[in-house]
Design a protein around this ligand. Structure first.
Ligand code: HPA
Length: 284
C-alpha cells in the first residue's frame, strides 16, 4: 500500500466530516461500545473507504467512527483487520497509514487477550509495556518508503512512556473512586503492566505453547495489535496499548477457551474501560 493509497483513503474520510482528529483508537473484540458514545459522530463503513478491507470477525463492527468525546475529536476503528483473516500485513497496517496521513499523532490500540499470570484475571486490564512478535513475519518486510519512516526502525520504546503514565494514573483514580463508591470491596489495582505476545492465530494456543511463551517473558497472548503498533512506531505516531484480559490462557485452568467468552468479558468490563478511555483522552 503506497502513500498515495493512504492519501486517497484520508481524503475520503476528510470529505465526510469537518473534524480533524489527532487521536485514533482501535477497539478490540467486545470493546466496540465506546464508539457508540461519540458526539457529532459520522460513521463510515469500511466498504466505502478506498483500499480498506472488510472486518470478517464476529464482534467487530467494521466501520470507522469520527466524532468527539468530551470535546476532543477522535477517529475510532470499530473493528480491526487481523492477519488470521487472510489479509496481508500491509492490509492489516493500512488504517495506521491512513491515520498518519490524516495528521493523527497518538493511537490507542486495544484488544482482548489471554492471561499467562495467575494474578491477572479475566476482567482485569493490562497496559502493554512491550511486546513479543511471534506472528512469524515482520509486518514491515518488503520495500520501504523513506517518506514514511526508516528502513530499520527502533523498537526499544514502542509504547510511549508518557501515554503509559497517563493511563496508569487514570486507572488508579478510577479504582480508588470505585472503592469509595462501594462498587469494589477492596482497592484493587486492576491495571496490570506487562508484555503482550502476538500470535498469528486463529487457533488459541496449546498448553505447551503457553508454557513456552511464559518462559520467553510473555504476560498476555493475543492475535492483533503488534502489526499496528509497529506501523505506528515506524511512522512516528505515539502508541499506547491496553489489553482487556478475557480469559486465562490455555492450560492455566481446566476450562476451554471460546470466542463467546472473550466477547462476554469484553462487554462486562466495557463500563470501566470506556471511563478509562474518556479520562485518558482528555489528557493527551
Ligand atoms: N489467546 C489468543 N488470543 C486471545 C486469547 C487467548 O487466550 N484471548 C483473547 N484473545
Amino acid at each position: 500500500m503506497t502513500l498515495e493509497n493512504a492519501a486517497e483513503a484520508a481524503d475520503l474520510i476528510h470529505s465526510k466530516t469537518e473534524l480533524r482528529p489527532r487521536i485514533a483508537i482501535v477497539l478490540g473484540s467486545g470493546l466496540g461500545a465506546f464508539a457508540d458514545e461519540l458526539e457529532e459522530a459520522v460513521s463510515i463503513p469500511y466498504e466505502e473507504i478506498p483500499h480498506f478491507v472488510r472486518s470478517t470477525v464476529e464482534g467487530h463492527a467494521g466501520r470507522l467512527v469520527i466524532g468527539t468525546c468530551s470535546g476532543v475529536p477522535l477517529v475510532v476503528q470499530q473493528g480491526r483487520f487481523h492477519f488470521y483473516e487472510g489479509y496481508s500485513m500491509e492490509q492489516v497496517m493500512f488504517p495506521m497509514r491512513v491515520f498518519g496521513r490524516m495528521g493523527v499523532d497518538a493511537v490507542i490500540l486495544t484488544n482482548a487477550a489471554g492471561s499467562l499470570k495467575a494474578g491477572m484475571r479475566p476482567g482485569d486490564l493490562m497496559l502493554i509495556a512491550d511486546h513479543i512478535n511471534m506472528m512469524g513475519v515482520n509486518p514491515l518486510r518488503g520495500p520501504n518508503d523513506e517518506r514514511r519512516g526508516p528502513r530499520f526502525p527502533d523498537m526499544t520504546q514502542v509504547y510511549d512512556r508518557e501515554l503509559q503514565r497517563l493511563i496508569d494514573e487514570e486507572a488508579n483514580g478510577i479504582a480508588k473512586e470505585r472503592v469509595e463508591a462501594g462498587k469494589d470491596k477492596t482497592f484493587k489495582d486492576f491495571l496490570h503492566r506487562g508484555v503482550y505476545c502476538a500470535l498469528s492465530g486463529p487457533t488459541y494456543e496449546t498448553p505447551a505453547e503457553i508454557r513456552l511463551y511464559r518462559t520467553l517473558g510473555a504476560d498476555a497472548v493475543g492475535m492483533s495489535t503488534v502489526p499496528e503498533a509497529i506501523a505506528a512506531r515506524h511512522q512516528g505516531t505515539r502508541v499506547a496499548g491496553i489489553s482487556c484480559i478475557t480469559n486465562f490462557a490455555a492450560g492455566m485452568t481446566d476450562d476451554i477457551i471460546h470466542h463467546d467468552e472473550v466477547m462476554e468479558v469484553g462487554a462486562r468490563v466495557s463500563e470501566v474501560f470506556k471511563e478509562l478511555l474518556r479520562r485518558v483522552i482528555k489528557r493527551i
